[in-house]
Design a protein around this ligand. Structure first.
Ligand SMILES: C[S@@+](CC[C@H](N)C(=O)[O-])C[C@H]1O[C@@H](n2cnc3c(N)ncnc32)[C@H](O)[C@@H]1O
Length: 387
């Protein structure tokens, strides 16, 4: 396949696009990059996770490559794993962040009607006891979180946290995810991705109400997921793991979106969740492409991102069954000196891993900063068995 754009056109939402390879493959990748409309589908709306793949992109990419199994080595909130389940495939998700693993497990959970009812009932009890709570969190948690919450919010959250800690089993796992989902909204932090402090007032009882409301909504999402997943589909397998490490897993499809270079600090942005959930091993030293790496030194960060890209791609090439496919969605980053190209290192890594580059598509991103950044989708295939 020749390098460079062979088709260039103007699209509706995401701006200019270009692609290279078989027309049907390019159209598939291009469509995956352009879908943006918000939608409610299965459990996708439960719990925020930045830079999530669009559920319909995941759905269509999975449908295009029929098989038994799908792996996402950077699963984040579990978008690909949810869509793999809905397609009746064995779903594998991996991520270095313990919070991503918590969310992806929560979004792919299938506790059945009794489990959902038990989760709702427990949430109702916890919310009732939290409304008038007076107990502050223990010192190790308070030290980290105190400046981020009003005192009465701290007490309500502590009542919920200690209540879940006293439970065990699958209901507790579901409730930890619900608890995690309200920790930013109830705080002074502007959002998951913006650490600015905003002085907001939440009347007493609001935190408990939001927790209960989230649990009810989550219960509805779980019911929908249960209806959408074909009978006999295995449970999703979501595990904490560095994508660069070799894996014994064998799958026929990998669909993934690795961290875009210098875009987010996934681990540090979850510091409130780590404190509240008692997570000490946060995975901070294993996070790829983190923005902080570019602040520390651009040259070294670029070199490391390229090396990491080669490593995880090689690991995925080992995981693919003969003739299996790898789809990567990745975007350029921005640094003080300009655009950080994500396509070049990704394409090189695909080739170095012994995969065949079948197609690629790129679409411009509107970042409001006047920087010409692109988002890319790459399709590669593992060699088929010789006849
Ligand atoms: C762009 S996000 C993936 C979002 C996901 N596709 C979704 O729909 O939610 C990139 C993810 O890579 C994870 N990550 C960063 N470094 C990693 C590593 N070395 N191994 C595995 N996951 C890593 C981050 O925690 C983050 O969840």
């Amino acid at each position: 396949m020749a390098d460079g754009a062979v088709r260039e056109r103007w699209g509706h939402r995401a701006g200019r696009g270009k692609g290279d390879g078989d027309a049907a493959d390019v159209a598939l990748l291009d469509a995956a990059l352009r879908v943006h409309e918000p939608l409610t589908r299965a459990t996708h709306g439960f719990h925020a996770w930045p830079a999530a793949l669009h559920p319909l992109a995941a759905r269509d990419l999975i449908a295009a490559f029929p098989g038994k199994s799908v792996l996402d080595p950077f699963c984040g909130g579990g978008t690909v794993a949810v869509e793999a389940l809905v397609a009746g495939r064995a779903a594998y998700g991996r991520d270095v962040s313990p919070i991503a693993v918590l969310i992806a497990r929560a979004r792919t959970a299938r506790p059945g009607p009794e489990g959902i009812a038990a989760m709702r009932a427990a949430a109702r009890r916890l919310a009732a006891s939290a409304t008038s709570a007076r107990q502050l969190p223990p010192p190790d948690i308070r030290r980290v979180v105190e400046r981020w919450y009003e005192p009465h919010v701290l007490c309500e959250l502590e009542a919920i946290r200690s209540g879940i800690s006293a439970m065990d089993g699958p209901v507790a796992d579901l409730l930890w995810a619900v608890f995690s989902s309200i920790l930013i909204k109830t705080s002074f932090r502007e959002s998951d991705t913006r650490a600015r402090r905003e002085a907001v007032h939440r009347p007493p009882g609001t935190t408990a109400t939001w927790f209960h409301r989230k649990a009810r909504e989550y219960g509805r999402f779980l019911e929908t997921l249960q209806e959408m997943v074909p009978e006999g589909t295995p449970s999703a397998d979501i595990v904490r793991r560095d994508a660069r490490d070799a894996t014994a897993l064998r799958v026929d499809l990998v669909v993934t979106s690795p961290p875009y270079p210098s875009t987010y600090d996934y681990v540090p942005m979850n510091h409130l969740r780590h404190a509240w959930l008692g997570i000490r091993d946060t995975g901070v030293d294993r996070e790829m492409g983190a923005r902080r790496a570019w602040r520390e030194g651009e040259r070294e960060a670029r070199r490391q991102w390229s090396l990491d890209t080669h490593q995880w791609t090689a690991s995925m090439a080992q995981s693919l069954t003969p003739g299996g496919h790898l789809v990567i969605v990745v975007g350029d980053g921005a640094s003080p000196t300009g655009v950080i190209d994500a396509l070049g290192p990704s394409v090189e890594a695909v080739r170095a891993a012994g995969l065949t580059l079948r197609a690629r598509a790129s679409v411009t991103r509107e970042d409001g900063r006047g920087v010409d950044r692109w988002e890319h989708a790459i399709l590669a295939a593992a060699p088929s068995l010789a006849r």
